[in-house]
Ligand binder design. Structure first.
Ligand SMILES: NC(=O)c1ccc[n+]([C@@H]2O[C@H](COP(=O)([O-])OP(=O)(O)OC[C@H]3O[C@@H](n4cnc5c(N)ncnc54)[C@H](O)[C@@H]3O)[C@@H](O)[C@H]2O)c1
Ligand SMILES: *[C@@H]1O[C@H](CO)[C@@H](O)[C@H](O)[C@H]1NC(C)=O
Ligand SMILES: *[C@@H]1O[C@H](CO)[C@@H](O)[C@H](O)[C@H]1NC(C)=O
Length: 316
């Protein structure tokens, strides 16, 4: 086996797992081992993976990937992990599940295998609690759908070996030049992308609950201002140009009173208890506005997402 022939084992094949499989399949030299506890695992993969393959290996069927041995479907975690060089989990978001999974994986995987978790929020240092060697695991947090969304937040714990961090970054850059691993220097709730997203989410729910704006108009405001702006320049670059020749410093000086006014006025929001009255109101308005989403709609959005990325990476 040559060094670049990765044996990638994916544990948990729900929303993230299927798309993650498509991302790993971009490496033409790899074998992808799939394991999930669901009893209809093979039917599930045959039904859902094809939609993700179009952009990754066009014209290739899942059946042919299985018969050629590039995809191997396993019914036990032991066989799924036995040859792995990389093991990535995207099972349930549950601390005790992830803790016991990694203790088990450590006992059955080859000693050289790299361990990655796709968790949205359970830090590496909690997941390693029952492991003998806490230096091998790190979080690789994707954004849905990972086969298209470029960002991978690489979040080590203080115990993670630096070589593991470097390996994960190098791997994803090699597998997909469009993907963008970013190392998060400290463990923090929600990492970085979701902290930004959930700060906006909180204020969006507050503004709807206060009847300042409807769900539909809030989304319109986002898509016709901050969305396109932030697709092309991040937060700091945008305000640096917003400040004219004085840059970000000038922006903060000129807008100081308004920025401070908004910060003073940010809504108090909570998921439970007295400050959770907003929830039913905002949820039902969102349901009335959009209804359930369908697979067809999702695929059309994915095509548009790729178009945004083409614009982001094209020369001005
Ligand atoms: N959905 C998102 O937008 C998103 C984004 C980034 C990260 N994540 C993270 O990815 C992980 C999975 O999320 P999801 O949305 O794909 O969930 P999901 O419920 O769609 O999928 C979870 C899968 O894990 C399987 N599973 C359950 N127990 C298992 C076990 N013991 N062994 C192996 N497989 C098992 C389930 O059968 C299911 O197929 C979570 O940790 C989540 O935080 C999700
Ligand atoms: C696949 O293997 C070939 C031949 O060994 C190598 O040249 C190529 O870089 C490998 N591709 C990746 C993505 O690792
Ligand atoms: C979390 O996982 C543990 C261990 O796998 C399980 O016993 C528990 O029921 C799970 N909790 C939830 C809320 O699913």
């Amino acid at each position: 086996m040559s060094a670049n022939q990765n044996q990638v084992t994916l544990i948990g094949l729900g929303t993230i797992g299927i798309s993650m499989a498509a991302l790993h399949l971009r490496d033409p030299n790899s074998t992808i081992h799939l394991f999930d506890v669901r009893s209809d695992i093979e039917q599930h993969i045959l039904a859902h993976l094809p939609a993700f393959l179009e952009s990754v290996c066009p014209g290739t069927s899942v059946e042919s990937l299985i018969s050629s041995g590039r995809i191997k479907i396993h019914t036990t975690i032991e066989t799924a992990c036995s040859e792995a060089t990389i093991i990535q989990e995207q099972g349930p978001e549950n601390v005790s599940f992830k803790k016991s999974l990694w203790a088990q994986v450590e006992s059955i995987a080859p000693p050289y295998a790299h361990f990655w978790s796709s968790t949205s929020g359970i830090p590496t240092s909690e997941q390693t609690a029952d492991m003998q060697d806490k230096s091998r695991l790190l979080v690789v947090h994707p954004f849905n759908p990972p086969h298209i969304m470029p960002l991978l937040e690489i979040v080590p714990s203080p115990n993670t070996n630096q070589d593991e961090v470097d390996f994960a970054c190098t791997y994803f850059r090699q597998v997909s030049p469009r993907h963008c691993p970013v190392v998060i220097k400290k463990e923090i709730c929600g990492f970085v992308g979701n902290r930004l997203a959930f700060a906006v989410l909180r204020e969006a729910c507050y503004l709807v609950e206060q009847k300042v704006v409807s769900v539909k108009d809030l989304d319109q405001i986002m898509m016709s201002s901050l969305g396109p702006r932030w697709a092309l320049n991040g937060v700091f670059e945008s305000y640096n140009s917003g400040g004219g020749v004085d840059g970000f410093r000038g922006f903060l000086n000129k807008l100081e009173a308004t920025v401070q006014g908004v910060w003073n006025d940010l809504g108090v929001m909570s998921m439970t208890g007295d400050d959770s009255h907003w929830k039913e109101y905002v949820i039902s308005q969102t349901e009335q506005t959009y209804g359930p989403s369908s697979l067809g709609q999702t695929r059309e959005k994915e095509e548009k997402l790729r178009e945004v990325q083409r614009i982001q990476t094209s020369n001005p």
